[in-house]
Design a binder for this molecule. Structure first.
Ligand code: C2E
Ligand code: MG
Ligand code: MG
Length: 692
């Protein structure tokens, strides 16, 4: 308690020192007035007494008694009046004193409030001069009272805000009500502070404006925090580039300008880093992030020096804008350049070329040298889309085209792409509906032993039975894989194929028993629980694992060799066979395949179909078969269509074959019929009926 009151005393003294009285001290005034009043009352009393003394007995001769009596009455009346006047004066004096004290108390209260307030309070007269500044001015802006008293308020206000402040003051003067206003003011240290200010009008008795009371609050920190939040909402946290939201906003603005001005052209470059996932997976996410930052810096420098598409704008220090270009990172390994005010579409292609050149020099991440290429898609303002999202999508479609046609390329969006994209979107929707409606069927293509021509197994292949007709896998499998719909398709297809195989095994027993090959898509292979899924499939279907072969293309297997080795080892541990599908179309090394403990190579149809007409291809097939055998790997030839191919493959020692020569993929019914005639010399049997 004591401590508190001690503090109060201190702050009171401090306050008293700081106080800058608006009116002279009340006691002083009252003291002076007191003497004056005592003097006046004393004089009137003396005078009254003197007059009264005239009426005392003996003051007049007896003869004039009547006159004396009258005079006494008059004088007494006068004295009573003077006394009444004195009493009234005393009463008035006390009233005045009370009002004055009230005023003084209010004044003291105003000072107390203004001087203790964190806000800066100023009183400004009608000529715009400050007549009072609260001490907060000194604490917040660093100026002394003297400096404030000798300068005009406008002197410290940011020149760009002068009009704003003067306008607001004028408005307050006219309306009597001040509006909330934000403006910049110079701190003594030279920095700019942001003030939030409200003004109220002081009027005189006649209602005329005498001045303004302005309350200013320093909101610099709040502004900074708001700006930081706004920045975060529109920028990517990793690279500090514009994010998707800001990009779409700028793109929207560019579209609006291009609608108004026919000669305003812009281009959107969608840049995707090829194989970025490999860096992330092999070196870790931190390295991936570091690489993205370095790429962002290179792209920035590339655009900054751009003299083809960018006109440097002085004073524009936004790190994402370089002249008329905006660089954004909408997500992942994607970057987007919005190049505005192009003279010619070729300018955009030049920018794309410059970007690709800039990325050629390898990056150094954690002392790993990383070579990066980019696939770039370009969409122009003149293209079909009239919405920001649409232009972005067009550029992305073009980028996918660049990727699918060999990566490290640049593609310009065209209407055919747009139509293709729409078709693909429709396909996606239809695929989902197709899964729901159970429109997917399993077809089986026999795999024949070249030793005796008997069917030894089947490859399960999907078919999409739409009301409009049968759709082949090449049309829907890539989309189903990219969208993940393949997982739902397989979920139905695999158990059914396993059930069917068990039925055929029971009906047509053989040694070894009939086997089933199923294709594993990249999406499936990427699933962490693939081995357990396959394990479950075997268990639920009561399948002998030796009768199930999993086909993986060499491209999938080689994409992430380390992970593949681990997954393939897990699958192998289940006892299933591993086949490399479409061999020869990728870049795998045979020794790697041995490390993967692959059982079978399926030579791609492209080689088999040419081997009877092209000796060179025949030579390649011969070498593949030989090398595979040396590594203890069996060979299946895909797409055998002629007797000559069959003979050649048999001569080369190829174990098995599959192709139209034996049977096209067919439904379960057709295959069941075929199996009844399954005996040596199968190559003579062509499955009849509805085959695809
Ligand atoms: P794949 O695994 O290489 O399958 C062999 C493809 O070659 C089949 O095409 C088959 O009909 C075709 N083929 C076989 N012999 C001949 C021949 O003598 N001549 C010609 N011209 N073609 C022949 P299909 O059924 O159209 O399948 C194409 C690809 O789609 C498959 O290639 C496979 O990669 C994929 N696929 C099919 N069904 C599925 C599935 O259920 N899941 C997954 N993941 N992929 C599937
Ligand atoms: Mg296959
Ligand atoms: Mg194949």
């Amino acid at each position: 308690m004591n401590q508190m009151s001690g503090e109060d005393v201190n702050s009171d003294t401090e306050l008293a020192n700081r106080t800058q009285p608006v009116l002279p001290p009340i006691r002083q005034v009252e003291g002076r007035e007191w003497w004056l009043w005592v003097f006046a009352v004393a004089v009137t009393l003396v005078l009254t007494f003197a007059i009264l003394s005239l009426t005392f007995p003996g003051a007049h001769p007896q003869t004039d008694r009547i006159y004396a009596l009258n005079l006494r009455e008059w004088v007494r009346g006068l004295a009573a009046l003077v006394l009444l006047f004195d009493i009234y004066t005393i009463y008035q004096h006390f009233q005045l004193q009370r009002v004055r004290r009230q005023l003084a108390e209010r004044d003291r209260l105003f000072q107390l409030i203004s001087e203790n307030a964190a806000d800066m309070i100023a009183v400004i007269d009608r000529n715009g001069h400050r007549i009072y500044n609260s001490p907060a001015y000194q604490t917040i802006l660093g100026y002394s009272q003297d400096e404030l008293n000798t300068t005009s308020p406008l002197q410290q206000i940011h020149p760009e805000d002068h009009a704003l402040v003067l306008g607001a003051a004028e408005k307050a003067r006219l309306t009597g009500r001040g509006e909330r206003l934000e403006y910049r003011i110079l701190h003594k240290d030279g920095s700019w502070r942001v003030l939030e200010s409200t003004a109220s009008v002081i009027r005189d008795a006649g209602g005329e404006t005498e001045g303004l009371i302005v309350v200013n609050r320093d909101i610099t920190e709040r502004k900074r925090a708001e700006e930081a939040l706004a920045h975060n909402a529109f920028h990517d946290g990793l690279t500090n580039l514009a994010n998707r939201t800001l990009l779409l906003d700028r793109l929207g603005r560019a579209l609006a300008i291009s609608r108004r001005h026919a000669d305003f052209k812009f281009a959107l470059l969608f840049i995707d880093i090829d194989g970025f996932k490999v860096v992330n997976d092999s070196l870790g996410h931190d390295a991936g992030d570091a690489l993205l930052i370095q790429i962002a810096l290179r792209l920035m420098s590339c655009l900054r020096r751009s003299d083809t598409v960018s006109r440097p704008q002085p004073g524009n220090d936004d790190e994402t804008t370089f002249g008329d270009s905006t660089l954004a990172r909408p997500g992942g390994d994607e970057f987007v350049v919005l190049a505005e005010e192009l003279r010619d579409p070729s300018d955009a292609i030049r920018v794309a070329e410059r970007i690709r050149e800039k990325l050629i020099t390898p990056f150094d991440v954690d002392r790993h040298e990383i070579v990066v290429t980019a696939s770039i898609g370009i969409a122009f303002s003149s293209d079909t889309s009239t919405e920001a999202q649409g232009v972005l999508r067009d550029a992305e479609i073009a980028m996918y085209r660049a990727k699918s046609t060999g990566k490290a390329r640049c593609e310009v969006f065209d209407n055919a792409m747009h139509a293709g994209a729409l078709k693909r979107l429709q396909l996606e929707t239809d695929l989902r509906k197709g899964v729901e409606r159970g429109e997917f069927l399993v077809y089986y293509q026999p795999i024949v032993s070249l030793r005796d021509g008997r069917i030894v197994g089947f490859e399960a292949l999907s078919r999409w039975q739409r009301p409009e007709g049968m759709v082949m896998p090449n049309e829907f499998i890539p989309v189903a894989n990219e969208t993940g719909i393949i997982l739902s398709i397989n979920q139905k297809m695999l158990p059914e194929a396993c059930r069917q195989l068990r039925a055929w095994q029971a009906l047509f027993p053989s040694e070894p028993p009939l086997s089933l090959s199923v294709n594993i898509s990249p999406k499936q292979f990427a699933q962490i629980d693939l081995p357990s899924q396959i394990g479950q499939l075997l268990q639920q279907g009561g399948m002998d694992p030796r009768c199930l072969d999993l086909e993986i293309t060499e491209t999938i297997a080689m994409a992430d060799a380390e992970r593949s080795a681990a997954v393939l080892a897990q699958l192998k541990a289940l006892g299933v066979g591993l086949d490399i599908d479409d061999f020869g179309t990728g870049y795998s090394s045979l020794s790697r395949l041995q490390a993967f403990r692959v059982d079978t190579l399926k030579i791609d149809r492209a080689f088999v179909s040419r081997m009877d007409s092209d000796p060179e291809t025949h030579g390649i097939v011969r070498i593949i078969v030989m090398l595979a055998h040396n590594l203890g790997i069996k060979v299946v030839a895909e797409g055998v269509e002629t007797e000559l191919q069959l003979d050649m493959l048999r001569d080369l020692g190829c174990e098995r074959a599959q192709g139209y020569l034996f049977s096209k993929p067919a439904d379960q019914e057709t295959i069941s019929k075929l199996l009844t005639t399954n005996r040596p010399g199968m190559s003579q049997v062509f499955a009849q009926g509805p085959q695809h």
